[in-house]
Design a protein around this ligand. Sequence first.
Ligand SMILES: [Zn+2]
Length: 143
Amino acid sequence: MNCNLCKEHLEAYLWGNLSEGTKAQVKAHLEICSDCTQVYNLEILSRRVISEEKELKSNPFLSTRVMAGIEALEQTRKTGVTVPLFRRVLKPVLVAVSIAAAVFIGIMAGNKYQPSSRPENVPVELTYMDDAALESVNLLANN
Ligand SMILES: [Zn+2]
């Protein structure tokens, strides 16, 4: 038996679907040929991996552990025993301090603001100009 024929029969050999004569020939070839033995071992290995994947069952304790974790979480939420210090105290304090700082900065910015056209800087002539006379509202009105 040559290598090509052996590899052709390997699948049937693994399934046990070969006649006794061919089966013996394949077996004899596998004993002398390392190349075909390698292919044969790979086939066996892949078969084992596939069967283990198929047999993979869910852990029966997984759902129990998940439910226990959820219950523990709800318990701590109700009692508030293990709420970390940061969440309980530090966070509200930080929020209050940041709001106070924002208000303070706003007040300071408002006090620092100086309008560019202060009344003292306006020329005397402009204070006597009568805007109402220059631009009569009647001009803009549609008759
Ligand atoms: Zn061979």
